[in-house]
Structure formats: C-alpha cells, structure tokens
Design a protein around this ligand. Sequence first.
Ligand SMILES: NC(=O)c1ccc[n+]([C@@H]2O[C@H](COP(=O)([O-])OP(=O)(O)OC[C@H]3O[C@@H](n4cnc5c(N)ncnc54)[C@H](OP(=O)(O)O)[C@@H]3O)[C@@H](O)[C@H]2O)c1
Length: 332
Amino acid sequence: MKTIKISIIGFGAVGQGVARSLLSKQEYLKKQGYDIRVVGISDSKGSEINTKGIDLEDALNRKKQKGTVAIDTSDALELIRNVKHDIVVEVTPTNIGNGEPGLGNIRAALHAGRHVVTSNKGPLALRFTELKEAAEDNGLHLRYEATVGGAVPIFNLVHEALAGNSIIGIEGILNGTCNYILTRMEEERMPYELVLKEAQELGIAETDPTYDVEGIDSAIKLVIIANSIFGQNATYGDVDVTGITKITPEALELANKNNYVVKLVCEVRESRLTVAPRLVPKRHPLAVGGTLNVASILTDLAGRITISGKGAGSIETASSILSDILYIARNS
Ligand SMILES: NC(=O)c1ccc[n+]([C@@H]2O[C@H](COP(=O)([O-])OP(=O)(O)OC[C@H]3O[C@@H](n4cnc5c(N)ncnc54)[C@H](OP(=O)(O)O)[C@@H]3O)[C@@H](O)[C@H]2O)c1
C-alpha cells in the first residue's frame, strides 16, 4: 500500500468536493493500492492539521456548522511549508489580477518540494512558464486538469492518450454559463437580459456575470490551453475576446432557420487565440447545449477528437483533481 499525504488549500465547493470524493472512494483507492490521507485543510480563517490523517466527515461537518474548518491558527502558507506531505491541492478562488493567494501557495509548495494539483486558473494564466519550470527544476509534478473544462479531461487526453500526434488546433466551448444563456435564448426566444436573470436565479450565473458573459473566463482558459498544449507563452492580452452580451434573439432565430446555432467558441490555431460568438452547424460536434463544455482537438494522425461533459460542479471538478492526484501517486 502506498501512502500519499495531501493538503487541501481552500475548502469551498471544490475543496469539499475533493474531501467527499476521497471519503466515498476510500475503499476503491485502497484496492488500487493507495492510502490517500489528508493531513491539512485550510480555508480563509485558518487550518486543521493532523499528520496521521484528518477525519474528513468531521471536517465537512465543522465547515457546514461553523463556516470554517479552522481549529488551528496556522494559515495556508504555514501548513504548506511546515507540515510534511506529498501533494498540495490548491483550490482557492481564481484571481486574475495578481493570482493570489493561489500563486504564493503554489510557489511555496514547489519550493518546499511538494507536488501541486490545482483547479485555480489565475496562477496558471499569469505565470505558466515560471511555475512549470519551477516544478521541473525541482523534479515535481504540477497538474491542472480541473482549471479548464471542469470534469472534461482535455490535458490528459492530449498529453497522454494523443501523445505522438501533432495538435493542429483546438476549438471549444469552455464556459457553461454562456452556453446555458445562448441555449435558453435560442430555445425560448427570450432576450439576453431575461435569460441572464433566470440563470442568476438558478445559481448558474454569478451576481456579477461580467467575467463569464464578456468572455474573460473563456479567454483565461484558452491561455492555459495555448501554453500547455501549444508551448506558447501567452497571456490574457494575447486573446481576441468578444462576449455574448450583444447577441439578440433575432440573430439566433435567423441562425436556427439556416440550421445553425450560435456558440461562444474559443479557438487556438497556430499563434492566433480567439474567443467569439460563432455560427456552428446544428450537427457539428461543438453544438452542445445547456451548461455543457466541449473541446474538439484537431490532430494530424487521429483527425478530430471531441470530448464533452460538465465544466463545473463540486464533485465533477473533484473528478479531475482525483485523477491528477492518482497520476502523481503512480508516477512519483
Ligand atoms: N466550482 C467549480 O465548479 C469550479 C470548476 C473548475 C475550477 N474552479 C476553480 O477552483 C477554485 C475553487 O473554486 P470553488 O468554487 O471551490 O471556490 P469557493 O467555493 O469560493 O472556495 C474557495 C475556498 O478558498 C478559501 N480561501 C480563500 N482565501 C484563502 C486563503 N488566503 N487561504 C486559504 N483558503 C482561502 C475560501 O475560504 P472560506 O471558506 O473561509 O471563504 C474557500 O474555502 C477556483 O479557483 C475556481 O475558479 C471551480
């Protein structure tokens, strides 16, 4: 049995999803030969630390009842630096201004000799090359499947299953909120503002939806794809971005009459990065509805490979994180 000690930095939707998945998969993982123990959990108020392994049921209950997991005043950086463990699971909020607190947490983890698994887009969109090199220089893994596409394993697919192919281009729909709004506008012939309100009431769109509907979230994900898969050194400023706020029900109806749907499509081709509403034929693999995400990868040997699935959600995102943890467990 291989014992892997991990910390969970950030105990919101994703951090708790990771804890729940580890609880429900405990026996399954042991059968695979892995005893994955959480030795530290941090939220914004403090931490719980137990080098023998935290009782995750207890931590989840405390978070629900008290609003915090903290029973120790150590903050995330102290936990990362001072508690001996193998993998830091960094799942604090995305901050696209300066990447913090995630950037500092990931730098500290790599400096302390710990592998990193993250769903946090900020540090990777801002400092991809620096972090990748820091990991490589220290012989560590930096895994980030959950940053793009939630449960959809885009990086695993390209780097593992499609290894040997040259990747010609990638097209995708990487923001479930925009896809939901466009799908509902088309189905119900409702104007943008009304559908946005409905999405906010359902918790699909944020109170301030700018980040999603202006295409910013999609562009950040595209930057991570460009850097990880195409070896670019791109930043947000390199992406041509148009959001969905100007799309009218009339435009969608006209598209519909001609057997098209309108989708917010992200595309990397050679060095061009674009996020923009595009006409997609109804039977095209990119024409997925609702909150689904999709990525279509154009390769030289395999042709077009398309994968689609849930781009967000606590347990769905934990699926990608667990897969990254197991990758490290197998390869370190
Ligand atoms: N939700 C999804 O479906 C999804 C999917 C893919 C990627 N992501 C990404 O995954 C990350 C986490 O998302 P989420 O939905 O779980 O966010 P969330 O629910 O807002 O949770 C964030 C957690 O980070 C904690 N935190 C904030 N500042 C901290 C600090 N300085 N030190 C330690 N902990 C700190 C918060 O503490 P408190 O609890 O004390 O506030 C909270 O527990 C984000 O970067 C997001 O973009 C999310």
